[in-house]
Design a protein around this ligand. Structure first.
Ligand code: BGC
Length: 802
């Protein structure tokens, strides 16, 4: 990104007016989500927000909803950088609407192991695909003159011991694999990068002079801001000298007076501080937060208004990977009279992954809602079948009314009352009008009118002292303590207390959960508590039997299986790839009575599918975002083609994965496999996965007719040989004839094509210079590897020598 000379002059002029204390002040947060402004020089306070599927804003509640797009794994499964650009533009539009200047996204760490807890939040196991999607996503957000922070720089590919783990990665592997997407995106003009929690080769990333100052700012010419991951800045001098520009949030920042003192004592030079400040001012100028400077993209040049619901639906449908299909899909709606929709996730759709990626959408269309709406006149019958959630779900849905959070002082006076959509409340920064010093309690209450009578379960989730009452009676009073030493993980996944209560059908009771609150003075104003509720259901066997009964009576069974928030989230890694609970039993029992069984897999990352070869179709839908059900109906009924191709390999069994463990040994996680992650490793091991990287069927068929390679451009001709129009992702791989120290093949380029039935299309795919090169540790540079290569695309191959 080249800014106009006027912008640079304005940045210098603003910098020249600041004294040391003020410079240092704007290098750290003033609270959880903003950087202080300096009105005297026309610098507004910069507001940041997560990221990456929406723009949560400065609250962690549904008060200020945001569009929720499909998970990043889904966006990558589209293999469509142009669609990623539109996703970015929509998020930039959301950021503008919510007063956010910088979106804390995208996550471009790699799928090193499917156990990685944030796997759903990263794009792919392949650096080229990750870089291509990430660069356009960033470009799209920045088209709205909103900043991004490409994260987490670098080697933050799993969560176990995430604050302290030392990733041991050799330089060539770093360059060719883990740094590669960052490099692509930075060279495409990103305005921000987020430094990770972890260390790389012995140095914590926020202090990593070699990678931050040397590679990122030096070699790649990055002129934007490096922001710390939250609480990752630890040492005053080392962070300032190691290249970190902005320490977030306010609490825990090692800068402030300590950095002023370090400059005065000569341990950090004022030039170093000036460079950090210059970058903050430049970012402010780019996003329009520095008076008198035109933002990087003036308002009139920004994209036309984008319909978020429509785009969320389009991306979801385009991301669904049809992994197997015996011809059952698409379903012909005219021939249907009864459809059985089975699995608790069909009703309580899991549309996003857990942790900081969470946003609160204005509405959610579940698979059941979507299919019911798309099939008027058809009986759509639902049964829970299996409920894999280990924790009681938060209170929500049609049995609940008037859910409200009430903030009170010690005398019981109401400071604020906020309506909520569900029984979960999380605030980082309190609602308007609530003075943290006066806050003594927070209550989440609502009216519950049970549909069925019997033993219901209410639950308390949170950390601290609580009282739960139901129908005016106190049913629980006690203290919940963290069950993990990682306080962030304990905060994101707090302990639970269950309380059984007997309720009558149709009789409304008031339920309320109150937490005593005593916020530390000057600390972070964080309040988090959740009221849960589960209505009585049958036993696990009875639930399966009920689903089987519906399936047997229906024309087709759609079983939705997947993971839960206890499985895929920030803060911890997965321990297994098996579907939780009795979901495998459910699928097997249904398929035994219903020959037309379609399984929809609602998981952000790979899961084992032991019954895959016995069902009619398997559709992988990731975490599909707020329009989940509409997109599912579009695809199942053939209004849209499932456009996705796998951005990551799906194993048969976890133990088949060539790289699996994410558990550090003595604080170190060795990336000993080097370049061999993902399909590169599967190829070398010679083990067959369940579904390969790049796999995905559509509703038509393709014949690849010719492939030629001239001057690093592959030209591919292919024909739609099916009876419907379709879309294909042409994937071009490069394989050295003598691999030596290199993988057997790698993705060198890709492009999507659309064609009518019978139509033939030709597409050119550029093979970048870098694809023929490898990192030379000895000479510290890229080396073009001359020799013979085989180029493949869709079963064809061409030989080239360079
Ligand atoms: C996450 C970041 C996120 C930040 C702010 C951290 O725990 O690792 O991805 O942007 O919190 O929520």
């Amino acid at each position: 990104m080249t800014d106009s000379p006027r912008t640079e002059a304005a940045v210098e002029a603003a910098l020249a007016q600041l004294d040391l204390e003020t410079k240092v002040m704007i290098l750290a947060g003033q609270d959880m989500w903003s950087v202080p402004g300096v009105p005297e020089i026309g610098l507004a306070s910069l507001v940041v927000s997560d990221g990456p599927i929406g723009v949560r804003g400065t609250q962690w509640t549904a008060e200020d909803p945001s569009i929720a797009l499909p998970s990043p794994t889904a966006l990558a499964a589209t293999w469509d950088p142009a669609l990623a650009r539109r996703a970015g533009q929509l998020l930039g539009q959301e950021a503008r609407r919510k007063g956010v200047h910088v979106l804390l996204a995208p996550t471009v760490n790699l799928h090193r192991s499917p156990l990685g807890g944030r796997h759903f939040e990263a794009y792919s196991e392949d650096p080229l695909l990750t870089g291509a999607i990430g660069a356009q996503y960033v470009g799209g957000v920045q088209d709205q003159s909103v900043g991004t922070t490409v994260k987490h720089f670098v080697a933050n590919d799993s969560e176990t011991e995430r604050f302290t783990v030392d990733a041991e990665v050799d330089e060539r592997t770093l360059r060719e694999v883990y740094l590669a997407p960052f490099e692509t995106i930075v060279q495409a003009g990103a305005w921000g990068v987020m430094a990770a929690y972890n260390s790389v080769n012995g140095t914590t990333m926020t202090e990593h002079d070699e990678l931050q100052n040397g590679v990122l700012k030096g070699e790649w010419g990055f002129d934007g801001v490096i922001v710390s991951d939250w609480f990752a800045a630890r040492d005053t001098d080392r962070a300032a000298n190691g290249g970190l520009d902005l320490a977030m949030p306010a609490a825990g920042s090692p800068w402030g007076e300590r950095l002023v003192a370090a400059v005065r004592a000569g341990r950090v030079s004022e030039e170093t501080v000036d460079d950090h400040v210059r970058r903050i001012l430049r970012l402010a100028a780019r996003v329009g937060a520095l008076d008198g400077v035109e933002p990087a993209v003036p308002e009139q040049d920004r994209p036309e208004w984008i319909d978020g619901d429509a785009l969320a639906r389009e991306i979801a449908a385009r991301s669904f990977v049809l992994a197997a299909n015996d011809g059952t899909l698409p379903l012909a709606s005219a021939s249907l009279t009864k459809v059985a929709v089975l699995g608790v996730l069909a009703k309580d759709a899991r549309i996003l992954g857990g942790g900081s990626a969470q946003v609160f959408p204005p509405h959610v269309v579940s698979p059941l809602d979507g299919l019911t709406a798309a099939l008027p006149g058809v009986e759509v019958a639902y049964a829970i079948g299996a409920d894999p959630r280990r924790k009681v779900p938060v209170a929500a849905g049609t049995q609940w009314a008037a859910i409200t959070a009430t903030f009170r002082d010690a005398a019981g006076a109401t400071l604020a009352a906020v309506p909520l959509q569900t029984g979960a409340g999380m605030w980082m920064g309190l609602p308007d009008g609530v003075d943290p010093a006066r806050l003594a309690s927070v209550e989440i209450g609502g009216n519950l009118t049970p549909e069925v009578g019997g033993e219901h379960v209410l639950s308390v989730r949170g950390l601290g002292a609580f009282e739960l009452s139901c129908g005016g009676q106190s049913v629980f009073e006690g203290v919940l303590l963290p069950d993990s030493e990682d306080l962030a993980a304990a905060f994101l996944n707090p302990p639970e207390q269950r309380v059984p209560v007997t309720l009558a059908a149709g009789e409304t009771v008031a339920v309320s959960l109150t937490q005593q609150v005593n916020l530390p003075e000057g600390g972070l104003a964080v309040v988090a508590l959740a009221l849960g509720h589960a209505a009585p259901t049958g036993t696990e066997d009875e639930l399966i039997a009920e689903a089987v009964r519906l399936a047997a009576e229906a024309d087709v069974a759609v079983v939705v299986v997947g993971t839960t928030e206890e499985v895929e989230s920030e803060g911890f890694d997965r321990t297994s790839l098996a579907l939780p609970g009795r979901q495998d039993d459910l699928v097997r029992a249904v398929v035994a009575v219903q020959p037309r069984t379609v399984v929809v897999v609602n998981a952000g990352s790979p899961v084992e599918l032991p019954w895959a070869d016995s069902v009619s179709a398997v559709l992988l839908t990731w975490f599909p975002g707020q329009e989940a059900g509409h997109a599912l109906a579009d695809v199942l009924l053939g209004a849209a083609e499932p456009g996705g191709r796998l951005p990551t390999t799906w194993p048969v069994r976890a133990e088949d994965c060539p790289v699996l463990s994410t558990t550090p040994v003595d604080g170190r996680l060795s990336y000993a496999e080097g370049l061999f992650i993902g399909y590169r490793a599967w190829d070398r091991a010679g083990t067959a996965p369940r579904y390969s990287f790049g796999h995905g069927l559509g509703y038509t068929t393709w014949a690849y007719e010719s492939l030629s390679v001239v001057d690093d451009v592959a030209t591919v001709t292919l024909r739609n040989t099916g009876s419907r129009p379709g879309r294909e992702v042409v994937q071009v791989y490069l394989a050295p004839v003598e691999p030596g120290d290199r993988p057997g093949r790698w993705l060198a380029g890709f492009a999507s094509v659309v064609a009518e039935s019978g139509e033939s299309v030709t597409v050119e795919v550029e093979l970048p210079e870098r694809t023929f090169s490898s990192w030379d540790n000895g000479n510290k540079g890229w080396r073009r590897r001359a020799g013979a290569y085989r180029v493949t695309a869709g079963g064809l191959s061409a030989d080239v020598t360079i």
